[in-house]
Structure formats: structure tokens, C-alpha cells
Design a protein around this ligand. Structure first.
Ligand code: ATP
Ligand code: MG
Length: 558
């Protein structure tokens, strides 16, 4: 099933696949997404997920989820579970193709023994520091280890004893015997197995040695008959080693590796090491803090997965490194939410309004359109009453001419409801405005004046009697710096105002039952979703994204 319609993404990897299918090199595609279960997935991983699952679906074939669980000291079952949940949430399904590198430990061990027998691997005693020293530099060749020419039998014996747990961590290692003078440092007798006497989440205490990523990865691909092994550019220099291993092992298949550039985003960090630090040092509330670029954070923030897939799709797949503006992601969210999010009314900074000529006991419900961009979303009833709240910023005591909202003597439209005119301003002893008095035009139900007089401004409101109160969390970029420093000072770029808490916000009552995972538009304010921190009597909402890109404007202002 090759689809050449113009809607299908085109990039160098898909071109390669098309060509491999056309020449008959392959008749289907097998790909994989291979996370290390040592942290949560972030939006960079989403690029790899969309690409790997995408090509399998577009060209016929399958994509597996393979946990590269070769480093037990840093791995955890909780990460495995979270990764599966995130991949599913993003919209992909590996079906029966769930694999773990640890499933291949026995096979990988046998292949290591095979290399020893062929004289292509040896047990070394150099410490990791010595090994680094012997390795040489980009301009100088490495030196051979004194153990390099150990005999096959001795190597087999030592390797078996490594496995049996006879040696301490780091005391010995199995290395490939390739070329200490190679121009490619990855070929200077890379380590294949190291001693790690730590229990493994899946194999328990069975192993005292674990394969290095570089040894395990390509062989796992071969065992799964991966046709196109897609990874990020930093592995380009490792490809000769992967090819060397496949050439020298009785591997059942020969996966070809293709490298593409990583996704980088401004105003955040996409490195697991740094994300872990943010969590551990409590700069954020957890992996799922809505400011985090993790998939679980984006989910909690209310970002629809389709917006992420679309964002990734628009970026395309290339070999050139770059950094993508966060505003590009945010604009993609806005585009989707503008089409799909239901509209609701919420007042984040309430100012009381009493409509003096409105009957005390009226039982008035108005029709409010749920989504002007989606007729099928229908409408709902919104209760109106004599006392309402409006946004404090929608009133000015001494407004300029172009302020089309409330001011003394000014008339404004209450969204879906009536035209009201401000007749009085009530202040406390300190001179703060605490209440407005208005009159309404009973003939303007629905929002239009019967005499056709023009009223420019429309503001949102909630009924005092019916509103539910909530805490609202307004998020901003996690980092003020576009590119947080690459040194130890990277945390200096953290945005001290990345979360603004608003207590005592008042929401239209229907928001009390907003289902988890649904994002709505608070009219005129932005997109919001309910946060799991909330309870029935203490609702909490997250701002997913503002209606407009205010960051660009503020930056211009300096
Ligand atoms: P980190 O650098 O954050 O520690 P990683 O690359 O070590 O991440 P893995 O779990 O090994 O994390 O990643 C799984 C897959 O996702 C790999 O194939 C990797 O190339 C890919 N990947 C990781 N980060 C990005 C990114 N920013 N853009 C695109 N692909 C990525
Ligand atoms: Mg990695």
C-alpha cells in the first residue's frame, strides 16, 4: 500500500522507503520506537513516534514499541507504564509488537561469545578512566590495551565469570576488537558488555553483566527484522559499528539505519537528564506539571494529541538541526482548539454588577452557542440573574474613547444576554471599585437593541447565584531564555513567573462537570481544562494556551 497522494508527507526517509519498495528490496516496512525506560517521554520523542508509527501505517507493515532496557541502574517499571500510556494517548498502537531488549539478553550473550570465538572481542581490565585515556582523540590514534591479544579460551572463561558475578562493577568489560587507530572513535574497540551488579526491573538478579546500547540496539533491530531503523543524527557516527557487528554476527536480518534531526524547541529543555533535574529539584511539581514539555505534562495541560501530531507533521523530517519556536506549537494548539473546543464563560478577576431594574425572582435562561465553528456542538442554557460578575478589566472609571467596555454611563452587551448601561460605581473606603450598578434593556434579550442602536462592546459574565468558584492556573513558558544555557547555568533561564495562580475565579456552572481530557475556550480569555488536583468543591483549571500570542508582543516591547 504505497500512497503517493499529495496529502502524504514527503521526506528523505519516505523517499527511501518508496524506493526500497519499488526495487523490491522490501515488500513491507518494519519500524520501531525504542525508548530507554529511564524517564518520561517528551515532545521530542513524539517526533520519533510519529515518524516510526507513521511510515509503518502509510506503507503497510508494523511498528513495534521496544524498551531498550539495558541500564538497570536508571530504569523503572513506572517509566515503562508511563511510556505505554503516552504512546497510546498520542494515538498509536503497537498491537502485539511489544518488545524488550532484555528479552534478547541470552541471544546477545551468545553473540558476544560468537565474537570472542572469532577473535573479534576480548575481556579488558582497563578501568573506565584508563580506557578513555587509551582511546586517543580526534587527532591522535588510540593505544591498544595490554589485554587486547588475550587468547580465545581465556576470554571465554573471563566472560563467563563476568556473567556469573565473579567481578565487581567496572573491574572488567568485554570489548570488540576492531581498530584502535580508526578515524571513527566509535570503532576503537568499543565496549560491548559491562558489569553492573544491579537488579533489573524485568530479569531480576539473573544478570551481572548488561550489553551496551551500541551492541544491543542494532542486534535487537535485526532480531525483530526491522527494515528501516530510524534514529536521530547523533547516531550517524555509530552506524559503521552497527554495520560491523551485523557483518560479523549470524544475524537474521540486516536493518539499515537512517538518521534524522532531533526536535528542539525554544523556551524549554528536551533532555531527559535535565527534565529529571527539574523534577527532582522541585522546579516543577512533577513529570506531569503542565509546564513540562513531556507528553504527560502536555496532556494535563489540555493539549489535544492531534495538535501534537499535526505540529510534528508540519515540521517534516530532515537532516538539518534547528530550533523550533514554541509559538509555532502554541499556534497549532490554537488552530485545533478554535475548531473543536466548546465555549464557556468564566470570570478570572470578578467585579460584582447589580442590574437594578432586573426582577429579583426572574427565572431566565439564555441560549449560548457551544462552538461557532461547529454547528453540531449545539447550544446550552445559561442562567441569568440580577447579580452577575464581570471581569474587573472590562470596567474603567475614566475610559478612553476607544474603550468599548463598561464605564460610567456606557452601554455594553453581555454575551448571549442583554444590553446593560452602567449607572453607578460603588467604592470601598479606600476608594477601590467594589461594585457596579447597571440597568438593562429588557427588549434586548439575546443581545440586540430593538431600535437598532449600535453597541460595540461585548463582555462575558457569570451569574452570581449560579457560578461555581475555582482556582485557575495560568501558565507561561518554563524558561524566559529562548535557548537555556548549555552549561551548568541552564537553570538561570527559568521563568520565575511561569505559573500565575488565580483564586476565587467564577465559572459558568456547566464547567463543574467538564470531563477530564476536554479542553474548552473561556470566552475572550483562552483555552482551559480541568486539572486532576481539583475536587467537586474546589475546582482547578489549567490554561492550555492563551487566545493570542502575547509573548511575541511583550518581547517586542522589551
Ligand atoms: P534524551 O536525550 O532526552 O535523554 P534519548 O534520546 O536518550 O533522550 P531515548 O529513550 O533513547 O531517549 O529515545 C527514544 C527515541 O526517541 C530515540 O530513537 C531517539 O533518537 C528519539 N528522540 C529522543 N529525543 C528526540 C528529539 N528531541 N527529537 C526527535 N527524536 C528524539
Ligand atoms: Mg537514547
Amino acid at each position: 500500500m504505497t500512497d503517493d497522494s499529495p496529502d502524504q508527507p514527503h521526506d528523505f526517509i519516505r523517499e527511501q522507503i518508496r524506493s526500497d519498495l519499488a526495487t523490491g528490496l522490501h515488500d513491507h516496512v518494519v519500524s520501531r520506537f525504542p525508548p530507554e525506560p529511564n524517564g518520561y517521554l517528551h515532545i521530542g520523542h513524539a517526533k520519533s513516534i510519529c515518524l516510526n508509527f507513521g511510515v509503518a501505517a502509510e506503507f503497510g507493515g508494523h511498528c513495534s514499541l521496544r524498551f531498550d532496557d539495558t541500564n538497570p541502574a536508571k530504569e523503572d517499571q513506572a517509566y515503562i507504564d508511563a511510556i505505554m500510556e503516552d504512546v497510546r494517548w498520542l494515538g498509536f498502537d503497537w498491537g502485539e509488537h511489544l518488545h524488550y531488549t532484555s528479552d534478547y539478553f541470552e541471544q546477545l550473550y551468545d553473540w558476544a561469545v560468537h565474537l570472542i570465538r572469532e577473535g573479534l572481542a576480548y575481556v579488558d581490565e582497563l578501568s573506565p578512566e584508563e580506557m578513555r585515556e587509551y582511546r586517543g582523540t580526534l587527532t591522535e590514534p588510540g593505544r591498544e590495551s595490554p589485554s587486547r591479544n588475550r587468547g580465545v579460551e581465556e576470554n571465554l572463561d573471563l566472560f563467563a565469570r563476568m556473567r556469573a558475578g565473579d567481578f565487581a562493577d567496572g573491574e572488567k568489560a568485554l570489548r570488540a576488537k576492531i581498530d584502535m587507530a580508526s578515524g571513527n572513535i566509535n570503532m576503537r574497540d568499543p565496549v560491548l558488555y559491562r558489569i553492573v551488579r544491579a537488579p533489573h526491573p524485568r530479569t531480576g538478579d539473573a544478570w551481572h553483566i548488561y550489553p551496551m546500547y551500541d551492541f544491543a540496539h542494532g542486534q535487537s533491530d535485526a532480531l525483530e527484522h526491522v527494515t528501516h531503523s530510524l534514529c536521530t543524527l547523533e547516531f550517524e557516527d555509530h552506524r559503521p559499528l552497527y554495520d560491523w557487528l551485523i557483518d560479523n554476527l549470524p544475524a537474521p536480518a540486516r536493518p539499515r539505519q537512517y538518521e534524522f534531526s532531533r526536535l528542539n524547541l525554544t523556551h524549554t529543555v528536551l533532555s531527559k537528564r535535565r527534565l529529571i533535574q527539574l523534577v527532582e529539584e522541585r522546579h516543577v511539581s512533577g513529570w506531569d506539571d503542565p509546564r513540562m514539555p513531556t507528553l504527560t505534562g502536555l496532556r494535563r495541560r489540555g493539549v489535544p494529541p492531534v495538535a501534537i501530531r499535526d505540529f510534528i507533521g508540519r515540521l517534516g523530517v530532515t537532516k538539518s538541526d534547528g530550533i523550533v519556536e514554541m509559538s509555532y506549537l502554541e499556534n497549532t494548539m490554537r488552530e485545533h482548539l478554535n475548531q473543536t473546543a466548546q465555549r464557556r464563560m468564566a470570570v478570572l478577576d470578578p467585579l460584582k454588577v447589580v442590574i437594578e431594574n432586573y426582577p429579583d425572582d426572574a427565572d431566565d435562561e439564555l441560549d449560548a452557542v457551544n462552538n461557532p465553528n461547529d454547528e453540531s456542538a449545539g447550544s446550552r442554557k445559561v442562567a441569568f440573574s440580577r447579580e452577575i460578575y464581570v471581569e474587573r478589566a472590562d470596567f474603567m472609571e475614566d475610559p478612553p474613547r476607544k474603550f468599548f467596555r463598561l464605564g460610567p454611563g456606557r452601554e455594553v452587551r453581555l454575551r448571549y444576554a442583554y444590553l446593560v448601561t452602567c449607572t453607578d460605581v460603588i467604592k470601598d473606603d479606600a476608594g477601590n471599585v467594589i461594585e457596579l450598578r447597571c440597568t438593562y434593556d429588557p427588549e434586548s434579550r439575546g443581545g440586540n437593541a430593538p431600535d437598532g442602536r449600535k453597541v460595540k462592546g461585548t463582555i462575558h459574565w457569570v451569574s452570581a447565584e449560579h457560578a461555581v468558584s475555582a482556582e485557575v492556573r495560568l501558565y507561561d513558558h518554563l524558561f524566559t531564555e529562548e535557548e537555556p544555557g548549555s552549561g551548568d547555568d541552564w537553570l538561570d533561564g527559568l521563568n520565575p513567573n511561569s505559573m500565575e495562580l488565580r483564586q476565587g475565579c467564577l465559572l459558568e456552572p456547566s464547567l463543574a462537570d467538564l470531563p477530564a481530557g476536554e479542553t474548552v475556550q473561556f470566552e475572550r480569555l483562552g483555552y482551559f481544562c480541568a486539572d486532576p488536583d481539583g475536587a467537586a468543591d474546589n475546582l482547578v483549571f489549567n490554561r492550555t494556551v492563551s487566545l493570542r500570542d502575547t509573548w511575541a508582543k511583550e518581547k517586542a516591547k522589551g
